[in-house]
Design a protein around this ligand. Structure first.
Ligand code: URA
Length: 234
């Protein structure tokens, strides 16, 4: 049951205290307490909460919460599964081997840090790099929804099956679903292979995972150009 104290945490409309977004103490520790949409006014305010968060058990073992990197106003948002060891140590997403490959893939279609914002379904490292549980993804989901609201990307790249399941709820395997545009809450999403999977499958032959990724990232680049091109001049 929600305690009065927890309900009070979000009674900021009438509360003379600073808004919760500026006070990282004000975070519900139970995943049963919702995080109201629109509560954060910056990624930094959200990051402060994430670093104090114990909405699931991952909070007990993290070194750093890994919130995001890139341009918080980017047109393209990339959502991975969850931090690995390098990310847990540095507090930045996709900085290990998989991240380096992801950067190369983006560079191949001339996408820079300025064009993208990268984050994950869960903000804390699952021990041993296991797949996050549904419970952990659900507990962390309000943070991702806040990130999507704040960044307001034109396209969301969903990297790997957990990312598709965590955001859209589609449980199909990534091999089935990759390369197909999905619409989620009025936003365009493209499921793609996770770069860690590409590291394990290095062939570039036609039809291989790397070859398919090349098709998918080009489709994303073209769609981005198309959406930017159709922008009405102010
Ligand atoms: N894999 C992910 O899904 N996310 C990261 O941040 C790093 C590796």
């Amino acid at each position: 049951m929600m305690s009065d104290e927890q309900i009070d945490l979000f009674n900021f409309a009438t509360d003379p205290q600073p808004a919760p977004s500026t006070n990282p103490e004000l975070i519900p520790t139970s995943a049963k307490v919702p995080i109201p949409p629109g509560i954060y006014d910056s990624m930094a305010a959200m990051a402060a909460h994430c670093n104090q968060c114990h909405r699931c058990e991952l909070g007990a073992t993290r070194t750093h919460a890994v919130v995001g990197r890139g341009n918080p106003q980017a047109d393209l948002m990339i959502v991975g599964e969850g931090p690995g060891q390098n990310e847990d140590e540095t507090g930045l997403p996709f900085v290990g081997k998989a991240g380096q490959l992801l950067d190369k893939i983006l560079e191949s279609v001339r996408l820079t840090e300025d064009d993208i914002f990268i984050c994950n379904i869960v903000k804390c490292r699952p021990p041993g790099n296991r797949t996050p549980t549904q419970e952990e993804m659900d507990a962390c989901r309000p943070y991702l929804l806040e990130q999507i609201r704040m960044v307001d990307p034109r396209i969301i790249l969903l990297s790997g099956a957990s990312s598709v399941r965590g955001l859209v709820g589609d449980k199909r395997g990534i091999t089935k679903i990759r390369g197909e545009w999905l619409e989620w809450n009025g936003r365009l999403c493209m499921p793609v292979f996770h770069p860690a999977y590409l590291l394990r499958n290095p062939s570039r032959d036609k039809g291989s995972p790397k070859w398919l990724m090349w098709q998918d990232i080009q489709a994303v680049r073209s769609k981005l150009d198309e959406l930017r091109g159709s922008e009405q001049p102010q």
